[in-house]
Design a protein around this ligand. Structure first.
Ligand SMILES: Cc1cc2nc3c(=O)[nH]c(=O)nc-3n(C[C@H](O)[C@H](O)[C@H](O)COP(=O)(O)OP(=O)(O)OC[C@H]3O[C@@H](n4cnc5c(N)ncnc54)[C@H](O)[C@@H]3O)c2cc1C
Length: 397
């Protein structure tokens, strides 16, 4: 088999890259080890409405709920309300992630990409030191797929980067260990994505409640790897649900466990290699949201591949216009949010309560950063010292 590009993994990063590469004239193959795209779902399914601007998804079948905004609860229950526009990567729509992924795959196929399922990449194919494709296991057969460019969109457990010599190791402090129930028989009439913070509630992470209908929601937890131990996320989530009047009578219709990289991104290009999405660690280190970045980076990767095919140049220098492109689009934000995450980790529950108390009555859409800081400090002057590193980051941004 010989293609211009072989893409390993048919998640959103893979199918969006495939679509734009195929639209730019490349001969594209996507291989996917699962039997069905998007299944099982491993996601809270919250996504920013920013995706509307890119017009990559047709119709509305992938939308479960339209969100008005987000509510953040501090450990003592103080609530801060944000509009969907202010709330970042995971608030806007709650989606059906299986349909979402399948719709992106449909667009890739429509553009001319070929998709094969049940095909697991097991190594890179090399000629001397040069990467010339991928070895894969398809059912019981071992196959070789030749390609000028190999794209690693193989998610958080990515092997493509590692095989290509990129350091993709994740420190436990840069990995959220997560689990989630989809609960039914609960009250979800208000269209808000809820986030619950606290060092006892979810050490180094948060609990989320993302409505998928009037009486059904994804209720999940992320705990930072270095603060977690075996079984801890589920135990904390069960405890939270049992003590929450709104959730305690819920019945699970789905349970999942997974991990989210909340690290700094890795090197994303090498000769004949590109990494996109979770494999490249293009995830917001504060919220753990990765979907918008998959779409944004996938488009840039696909267009770069088109350009490389036209020039018949597949070296790191040619492919680096992808790295420059995604860094221009959201690289600064990832870097800043990684620093913010590190600062937030030092906040104890008392500080989180003071912060929420200072912010609870603020109309964020109408207030300047200066007025915001003034309001914070007037209410709880001791916050000033703790917030100084955050203010430094926001003034540099
Ligand atoms: C519990 C949880 C909740 C989350 N909630 C949200 C949320 O609410 N909002 C949000 O924006 N993000 C969320 N995320 C993150 C989001 O799911 C990821 O950022 C996103 O799925 C990354 O897409 P991807 O295409 O890079 O990887 P994936 O979606 O993981 O796709 C990778 C694909 O590669 C395939 N694959 C892997 N290895 C191979 C191989 N060797 N050969 C062939 N195929 C292979 C896999 O089967 C998979 O289909 C959450 C993640 C978790 C775990």
């Amino acid at each position: 088999m010989k293609y211009d590009v072989v893409i390993v993994g048919a998640g959103p990063a893979g199918t969006v890259t495939a679509r734009f590469a195929a639209e730019s004239g490349a001969k594209v193959l996507i291989i996917e080890r699962r039997q069905e795209i998007g299944v099982p779902v491993l996601c809270g399914e919250g996504v920013s409405r920013k995706i509307d601007e890119w017009g990559m998804l047709e119709g509305k079948r992938w939308i479960a709920c339209n969100m008005e905004g987000a509510r953040i609860f501090s450990p003592d229950g103080t609530m801060v309300k944000l509009s969907a526009e202010m709330a970042g990567n995971e608030t806007g729509y709650v989606v059906y992630r299986d349909i979402f992924d399948q719709e992106l795959a449909r667009q890739a196929a429509k553009a001319g990409a070929k998709i094969v399922m049940n095909t697991n990449a097991i190594d890179l194919l090399r000629e001397k030191d040069k990467i010339i494709g991928v070895k894969a296991k398809q059912y019981d057969d071992e196959i070789e797929i030749e390609a000028d460019i190999v794209v690693g969109t193989d998610g958080v457990e990515s092997k493509i980067g590692q095989w290509a010599g990129i350091d993709t190791r994740l420190d436990p402090k840069d990995l959220e260990t997560c689990c989630q129930y989809t609960l039914t028989n609960i009250d979800c009439k208000e269209a808000y994505c809820d986030f619950y913070l606290g060092n006892k509630i979810a050490p180094g992470g948060y609990i989320w409640v993302f409505p998928k209908g009037k009486d059904v929601a994804n209720v999940g937890i992320g705990v930072l790897g270095n603060l977690s131990e075996a079984g801890m996320p589920k135990k904390l989530l069960d405890q939270f649900i049992a003590n929450n009047p709104r959730l305690k009578n819920g019945n699970p219709i789905r349970f999942l466990a997974g991990a989210v990289p909340v690290a700094n991104p890795v090197e994303t290009v090498k000769d004949n290699i590109i990494l996109v999405g979770d494999s490249a660690r293009q995830v917001d280190p504060i919220t753990g949201g990765g979907l918008t970045h998959c779409l944004e980076a996938g488009k840039i990767a696909g267009e770069t591949i088109g350009m490389a095919i036209e020039q018949q140049q597949f070296d790191k220098e040619t492919l680096s216009s992808y790295e420059t492109g995604w860094k221009e689009a959201f690289g600064k934000k990832l870097k800043r949010n990684y620093m913010v995450k590190e600062i937030f980790l030092d906040f104890d529950d008392k500080t989180l309560n003071m912060l929420a108390d200072s912010l609870k009555d603020i109309k964020f859409d109408e207030i300047s950063t200066f007025a915001l800081v003034k309001a914070l400090v007037l209410k709880h002057p001791t916050l000033l010292m703790k917030l100084r590193p955050l203010m430094k980051i926001s003034s540099e941004a």
